[in-house]
Write a protein that binds this ligand. Sequence first.
Ligand SMILES: [Zn+2]
Length: 347
Amino acid sequence: MSLGSPLIRYWYNPSSDMVGDTVEAFLQEMAGPTLIHIPGRDRSRKRAICTLLHGNEPSGTRGIFRFLKEGIEPAVDLLCFIGSVRTALHEPMFFYRHLPEDKDLNRCFKAPFESDQGRLAKAILDILQDMNPEALIDIHNTSGMGPCFAVSMKQDPAHEALTSLFTDRMLVTGLKLGALFEYSERNVPTVTIECGGAQDPHADNIAYEGIRRYATAEDVLTPVPADWDLEVLREPVRLELQADASITYSEAEDVYADITLPPDVEHHNFGRINPDVPLGWVKPASWDKLIMNTPGGVDVKDKVLRLEGNRLYPAQALKLFMITTNATIAKSDCLFYAVTDDGSHLE
Ligand SMILES: [Zn+2]
């Protein structure tokens, strides 16, 4: 069996005293991208976890650290990929999603794998292909506050079962951004888990409890009971900003910004928002700097958002999530995701 790649350290079966006394020491011991291989009771099967693709999202790493400290034997072999270790170690620790000169690693799981992050993504994909785990979980934190949810390309019993180990909310999207969960296209059930805010201790617990269930259950792909109440949000669209757009977070409109959102806008995460609830302010001349297309490229902005004077409202009852209050992420990635509250299609 190939142990993969010079880009990724392979660390077989570390004992609890080898991983350090703190998460910081654990990261320093790894020093760079690492694959930790924990042998299980059934050596014929493997499951994979990936985390820390974003350096400012610590819950998955903390969960794996705690799992290793407790010395629990998994049901099957567990492969734990810890991605952006150097980014997380960069002072202040767990601060950078990716370093300013680097690409976002979780947008690099697609060809051409040309940047350093692209080569690392390719190395992770090659090892996964080699080792052929029966499932893959990718653990993240959201940039703002909000509850835990899963992101999946598919809604089928296996993906629902993986989701149910962590949360009862599942987002299904065909949007292809080069994120790792798109690995489920290779017929390995894969979900991303967004555990909640990076500063929220509850998110650390969700990650740890889910990892323990994922690692120790005999079967993680058995369908959940029919009466299990899974909230499924299908085909979200993203609100993106043109590169030259400016965004401010403020209680009142900033006349110099193209778009102003209130600092507490993330309180809308996952709640129903009626069309009469103001979301923020947009200068009418800047309306075209807001972009909202379906994965197929159809412009649906006018079905989702409406401008009245300079006040921004939902065009119909919506659910928004992954709302960010970080202007850098809002500009480089997106402001939020939206689905219709009644689940109807936007196209
Ligand atoms: Zn992330």
